[in-house]
Ligand binder design. Structure first.
Ligand code: ADP
Ligand code: MG
Ligand code: MG
Length: 252
């Protein structure tokens, strides 16, 4: 079964240590939510797991099904089954959305095993329908001129096309209205299965009304400081983060 194991991970960006010994395990069938104040290192965690070159690993380990993820380059991590829906997806001029997704799928399948064009188109159309996306987005350049909400929806479309083992969603809910939020959640829920795990990074409890997590983790100052169930997210929503700091004796 799928297991992403993060153990005592430390990482820096621009020479500043941001992740300070973060441990977390995500298994197939589980949805984990990571919540925490702004600037606490949530996006740094996502970028470090994906192998973004700006983020330097200082210590600790990350394995996916026993294999050392930190030794892999970005493409290898993708092929190993890791997917990141980014907080700020970048625009790629000259590459259409469908071209991009077809090469991503084929990279995962390997040479000689490419998906047929017909099958690909049918799959993309079906998933776009689920996400209530206009078919024209197939032929638009990747993320170019997409609104914030359209970019987020397109990230979820990529996830549905690639069917990753482990999906990391970094603030997929920011900038989404309630209808878009519901649709995005539907996309995630449609992929839930015993061999897929999710790490959902979010600032607000709102998304978790639609995607019920099995575990909620509070991240502060580069570490997971407290873990619980969905009730933890509700308490954060109602009371903020102060009580956590007091309970654990954390100072700003
Ligand atoms: P969060 O996602 O929890 O809001 P981030 O991981 O984005 O937090 O940021 C954590 C800290 O790392 C912040 O102090 C931020 O300024 C810094 N940081 C993150 N990415 C970069 C970067 N590319 N360059 C410089 N500083 C960065
Ligand atoms: Mg932030
Ligand atoms: Mg962030």
């Amino acid at each position: 079964n799928t297991t992403l194991r993060i153990d005592q991970l430390r990482a820096s960006v621009e020479g500043k240590e941001i992740l300070k010994g973060l441990s977390l395990e995500v298994r197939g069938g589980e949805i984990h939510a990571v919540m925490g104040p702004n600037g606490t290192g949530k996006s740094t965690l996502a970028s470090t797991l994906m192998g973004h070159p700006k983020y330097e690993v200082l210590g600790g380990s990350v394995t996916l099904n026993g294999e050392d993820l930190l030794e892999m380059d970005v493409d290898e991590r993708g092929r190993a089954g890791l997917f990141l829906a980014m907080q700020y997806p970048s625009e790629i001029t000259g590459v259409t959305n469908s071209d991009f997704m077809r090469s991503a799928i084929n990279a995962g399948r390997g040479e000689g095993n490419e998906i047929s064009l017909m099958k690909f188109i049918r799959l993309m159309e079906a998933n776009m329908k689920t996400l209530e996306m206009n078919p024209e987005f197939m032929h638009r350049y990747l993320n170019e001129g997409f609104s914030g909400g359209e970019k987020k929806r397109n990230e979820i479309l990529q996830m549905m096309m690639l069917q990753p083992k482990i999906t990391i969603l970094d603030e997929i809910d920011s900038g989404l209205d309630i209808d878009a939020l519901r649709i995005v959640a539907q996309g995630v829920n449609s992929l839930r299965s015993a061999d897929r795990g999710f790490l959902i990074i979010t600032h607000y409890q709102r998304l978790l009304d639609y995607i019920t997590p099995d575990f909620v983790h509070i991240m502060m100052q580069g570490r997971i400081v407290k873990s619980g169930g969905p009730e933890l997210a509700q308490r954060l929503e109602a009371e903020g983060y102060e009580w956590v700091k007091e309970e654990l004796g954390i100072e700003d």
